[in-house]
Each structure stands twice: as structure tokens, then as C-alpha cells.
Write a protein that binds this ligand. Structure first.
Ligand code: G3P
Length: 218
């Protein structure tokens, strides 16, 4: 299975728990190439529910099994059903040492690693780690209605170029404000492999219709 082109980060939205989580997974299942990063507490339930949608943990820590109250290991996330993990999201920034440890654990567990960068400078720093993918997401656009692809297309194109130079095997996604197929199309035109988004699907009145529209831009 190739790395997804649409990654839906369900954050801690209330719409993404219980039956809402299954509804989101059902919607993702209709669009091949779509992955879901549910709240961590929903991961195992959704994996059992099936639907062959790649699941991402929203975060993993760089700890081994043993002591570590309140943390989650990469191996445990994988065991719960994750195929990949987000790391360093703007809402869950990691100190460099913690990021390195989380990344190493995720890589050792065989998880796809999707690192979030809030700037071009951070994209360059993260490219050195050669993760599976980097998502460029300007924090000020997160949760808004203006897509990064319209508000700041240059940051997407520049991130793509920087990563191509530094880590040619690392894919680039873009996110923040992405809502429509037009935004996805623009992302692809700018050289991105795909998009990382949240509210455009999770908060949509009809997540399935939102995903259909997004996928039309691929
Ligand atoms: O991880 C995706 C996210 O930060 C973007 O959020 O709501 O702007 O799609 P949103």
C-alpha cells in the first residue's frame, strides 16, 4: 500500500469518538488513498472495525515498554493498529531530543513517519531525518477557511523543492485550511504528494461528501 494522499487528522474533535469515529472511517474507506489519524483512544476500536483504511497514531513517544505513565510507545500504537504516526504537529510540538527519540521508535516499529513542519526552516531541519513524509502547515492557517495553497502557495512549492534536494525519498504533504478538491488540485500542482487536513472533513456536516470532493482533486 502506498503512502496516502489524503490524511485526515481527527484531533480531539468530539465528532471523532464512538459512532462518530466509525462514521469517519466509513467515509475514508470510500476514497482509496485516504488515511485517518483518530484520537488515540479510538485506534484499536477502529482497527478491529476494519475497512482497510490506513490508521495513523496522532503521536508516539520515544520510550520502550516499561515505566512511562501516560506515554504511548510506537510498538503499542502499531499493535493497536497504526500503520503510521504523526509527529511534531503544531498542537503537539516536540523538543528536538524528544522528536529524535519518537522518530527512532516509530522507525524501529516500522511505522510510516509523518512529521509536521510549521515553516520552511523547520521543513529543512526535519528533512535531515529523512522521514517518510513531511507536512508543511503554517499554524496561523490551521482551522481556518483559507487553504495554505491559496494563502501561501510559495511555502508549499519551496518545501517541496527543499525536501527534494535534501531527502528525495521523503514525500511532502501540505495542510491548514484545506477543504476542497480545488485545494487538493492546487497542492498537487505545487508538487505536493497530498494533503493533511482536519476540520474540512471532521467538522463537515457530511464528511463523506467532503471527502469525495477532496478526492476529486487528486
Ligand atoms: O493536521 C491537520 C491540521 O492541523 C489542519 O487543520 O482544520 O486546517 O484542516 P485544518
Amino acid at each position: 500500500m502506498g503512502f496516502p494522499r489524503i490524511v485526515v487528522n481527527a484531533k480531539l474533535y468530539a465528532e471523532a469518538t464512538g459512532p462518530g469515529a466509525r462514521r469517519l472511517l466509513d467515509a475514508c474507506a470510500t476514497q482509496p488513498g485516504t488515511a485517518l489519524a483518530p484520537p488515540l483512544t479510538e485506534l484499536a476500536n477502529l482497527a478491529r472495525y476494519g475497512r482497510s483504511v490506513p490508521l495513523f497514531a496522532q503521536h508516539v513517544d520515544g520510550l520502550a515498554a516499561g515505566v512511562g505513565t501516560g506515554f504511548v510507545t510506537a510498538a503499542m500504537a502499531k499493535q493497536a493498529g497504526a500503520m503510521g504516526t504523526l509527529l511534531n504537529h503544531a498542537e503537539h510540538k516536540l523538543k528536538p531530543a524528544d522528536l529524535k527519540a519518537s522518530l527512532a521508535s516509530a522507525q524501529a516499529a516500522g511505522l510510516w513517519t509523518l512529521l509536521c513542519a510549521d515553516s520552511l526552516a523547520e521543513t529543512r531541519k526535519l528533512a535531515k531525518f529523512k522521514p517518510t513524509a513531511i507536512a508543511i502547515e503554517p499554524p496561523e492557517l490551521i482551522g481556518g477557511n483559507v487553504s495554505v495553497t491559496s494563502a501561501d502557495p510559495a511555502i508549499v512549492a519551496d518545501a517541496v523543492a527543499a525536501v527534494r534536494d535534501m531527502a528525495p525519498d521523503t514525500l511532502v504533504l501540505c495542510g491548514a485550511g484545506v477543504k476542497t478538491g480545488r485545494d487538493v488540485k492546487a497542492a498537487r500542482k505545487l508538487g505536493a504528494h497530498g494533503v493533511l487536513l482536519a476540520s474540512g472533513v471532521v467538522k463537515a456536516r457530511d464528511p463523506l461528501a467532503a471527502l469525495r470532493d477532496l478526492a476529486s482533486g487528486l
